[in-house]
Design a protein around this ligand. Structure first.
Ligand SMILES: [Zn+2]
Ligand SMILES: [Zn+2]
Length: 497
C-alpha cells in the first residue's frame, strides 16, 4: 500500500515537473519572469536610456533587416555624388534657389525612410530600434542599454520603457532599477514617472537633459535658422576637446582656416535659408522633422506656440498636435514636482549639466552657454549663465542666498537659481554626450549611494568640475584649470580670426 501511494506521488511529481518543463520550453520569457529568484547583490541594475538618434532598422532581427538610420554608406555616397556637380554649377551661376532644390533632394534621398506622416506616425511600417531581450546578468558598474524609436512622442515612448523596465526586473530578480537618462531620454523618464509612478526606480540620473528644450530647435521650427562664421568656427573648434598641445593646435588651425573656408560656407548656408525659405523650410525641414513628434519635445516653452503656428496646420496636423501637447502641457510644467516626489521616496537623484561650449551654429544668439547641443540653462533646470567664455557681469552676486556658495570658480555659472541647487552638478568643456570613464564613475557612485548625495559632501565631485580629456576623467574645477585654453592660446585664436 505504502509503495502504491509512493508511486502515485512520484507519478504526480513527474507530471508536475514535465508540465513545468513544457512551460519552460513554451515561453522562455515568461519562465524567466516567474522563476527568477530575488537577487540580493545590493546593486540594482542600471538602464541607460539613449538620447535622440540611435540607429533605426526596417525589419530588425529578420533576414531582410535594413538600417535606415544612420543612412547606409552607399545611400550617402550616391547622394553626395549627385550634390557635388550641383554645387560646382552653383559656384558658377550663384543660383541659390537651384542649389536649395539640390540640397532638398539630397536630404530626401537620405531621410525619406524615416519620415512621418501628418499625424506623426511612421510612413513606413516595421521600423524599430535595435532590441534584445534583457539578460539576467548585471554586474556592478555596467548598464543595460535601452534604444527606442526617437521619432515618436516621448510620452508614448514611456510605455515602451515601462515594458523594458519590467523585463529587466524579471530577468535580474530586482524590484527596482536605476534609470540613467541622457538628452532626449530625460523627457521620456519624467513622462514615465508621471504615468507609472516611482515604485520601480531606485535612482535617477538626468544628464545633458533636453527636457526643457534646445534653443536652436525652437528657432529652426519657427523658421529662424541662420548661420554666422563665428559660431560655426567656434562650434568646429569645440569638437576638439582638451588642453593638450596637439588639440590646441587643431583648434588654432580651425580658427585660421575659418577665414578662408568657414566664413564663406557660413554665408552660403545663411543665404540659402534667406533666399529659398519655401524650399528649405516648408518643403524640406518641416516635411522631414516637423512631423516627428519626438522632435517637438526639443522646442523650448518660449518658442512652442510660435513654432506650432509656423510649422503645423491646426486641422491637417490635429492628431500630431494632440500628441506633442501632452509633454509640453502636462509633463514639462511638472518636472520639479516629479523630481521632488522621487526624492521624497528615497530615490537617489542627480542632474548633470555641461557648459563652456558653443551651441549648434544655426542661431544669431550664439553666445549662450551650451554643451554643444543643449543650452546649459535648460539641462540644469534654471542655472544663471554668463555669456560664453566671459564671466558674469562685474559686481554680480549669487541670486539666491541659501547659505551655500553656488558660484562656479570661473564665475560663469550661478547654480543657486537651479530647481535643485544641491543636486545639480556641472562639467565644463564636455561635449553633449561624449562622456568619459571618470564621468561614469561619478554617476555610478550617486546611483549606488545609500543616501541622496549632494554637491558638497564629496571633494572629488563638487558642484563644478572640468573635463580632463587627456586622462578620460573629470576633475574639480579650480581657478587654474577652469579655462579650457590658456590666455595665450585664446589670444592666438582670437588673433587668427
Ligand atoms: Zn543583483
Ligand atoms: Zn544651496
Amino acid at each position: 500500500m505504502k509503495k502504491r501511494v509512493l508511486s502515485i506521488l512520484l507519478c504526480i511529481a513527474v507530471l508536475f515537473s514535465s508540465a513545468q518543463m513544457f512551460a519552460f520550453s513554451a515561453s522562455a520569457a515568461s519562465v524567466s519572469s516567474s522563476l527568477t529568484e530575488k537577487c540580493d547583490c545590493g546593486y540594482d541594475p542600471i538602464i541607460y536610456i539613449h538620447g535622440f538618434g540611435n540607429p533605426l532598422y526596417m525589419n530588425y532581427g529578420a533576414e531582410n533587416e535594413k538600417e535606415i538610420w544612420v543612412p547606409e554608406k552607399d545611400v550617402l555616397m550616391n547622394g553626395i555624388k549627385k550634390l557635388v556637380p550641383k554645387f560646382f554649377k552653383f559656384m558658377f551661376t550663384r543660383d541659390y534657389r537651384a542649389f536649395a532644390l539640390a540640397v532638398k533632394d539630397f536630404a530626401f534621398d537620405l531621410l525619406t525612410p524615416i519620415m512621418c506622416d501628418d499625424n506623426g506616425d511612421s510612413i513606413l511600417d516595421g521600423i524599430s530600434a535595435a532590441y534584445t531581450e534583457p539578460t539576467g546578468d548585471h554586474p556592478k558598474n555596467t548598464v543595460k542599454i535601452y534604444y527606442y524609436d526617437w521619432r515618436l512622442d516621448v510620452y508614448d515612448n514611456a510605455d515602451m520603457l515601462r515594458d523594458f523596465i519590467n523585463k529587466v526586473k524579471a530577468a535580474t530578480g530586482h524590484d527596482k532599477v536605476a534609470l540613467d537618462s541622457e538628452s532626449m531620454a530625460t523627457s521620456i523618464t519624467v513622462s514615465y514617472l508621471l504615468k507609472y509612478g516611482y515604485d520601480d526606480v531606485s535612482a535617477l540620473i538626468f544628464r545633458s537633459g533636453a527636457w526643457n528644450g534646445i534653443s536652436f530647435m525652437g528657432e529652426a521650427l519657427s523658421g529662424r535658422m541662420t548661420s554666422c562664421p563665428e559660431s560655426l568656427t567656434g562650434y568646429l573648434q569645440d569638437f576638439v576637446m582638451g588642453r593638450e598641445a596637439k588639440n590646441v593646435f587643431f583648434r588654432f588651425l580651425i580658427g585660421s582656416v575659418g577665414q578662408v573656408v568657414i566664413a564663406p560656407l557660413s554665408r552660403l548656408i545663411d543665404n540659402l535659408f534667406k533666399k529659398a525659405p519655401d524650399i528649405l523650410y516648408d518643403d524640406c525641414l518641416l516635411k522631414i522633422y516637423g512631423n516627428m513628434p519626438g522632435v517637438w519635445s526639443f522646442v523650448p516653452d518660449e518658442d512652442y506656440e510660435s513654432a506650432k503656428k509656423f510649422a503645423l496646420d491646426e486641422n491637417k496636423n490635429a492628431v500630431l498636435i494632440e500628441k506633442i501637447d501632452r509633454y509640453h502641457n502636462e509633463v514639462r510644467p511638472k518636472i520639479k514636482e516629479i523630481v521632488s516626489n522621487a526624492m521624497s521616496k528615497n530615490i537617489n537623484v542627480a542632474i548633470i549639466s555641461n557648459y563652456g561650449m558653443y551651441g549648434v551654429p544655426a542661431t544669431e544668439n550664439y553666445t549662450y552657454q551650451s554643451d554643444f547641443m543643449v543650452d546649459t540653462k535648460f539641462s540644469s533646470c534654471g542655472a544663471t549663465c554668463s555669456e560664453l567664455n566671459k564671466p558674469l557681469p562685474e559686481g554680480y552676486v549669487q541670486k539666491v542666498d541659501d547659505g551655500h556658495n553656488h558660484m562656479s570658480p570661473d564665475l560663469q555659472i550661478d547654480a543657486s537659481t537651479c530647481m535643485f541647487p544641491e543636486y545639480t552638478w556641472f562639467v565644463k568643456g564636455m561635449i553633449h554626450t561624449f562622456f568619459n570613464d571618470g564621468y561614469r564613475e561619478m554617476t555610478y557612485k550617486i546611483i549606488y549611494a545609500d543616501h541622496q548625495m549632494n554637491v558638497f559632501e564629496d571633494e572629488k565631485y563638487p558642484q563644478f568640475m572640468v573635463n580632463d580629456d587627456k586622462h578620460k576623467t573629470i576633475v574639480p574645477m579650480t581657478a587654474d584649470n577652469s579655462e579650457l585654453l590658456t590666455k595665450a592660446e585664446l589670444l592666438k585664436i582670437r588673433k587668427s580670426r
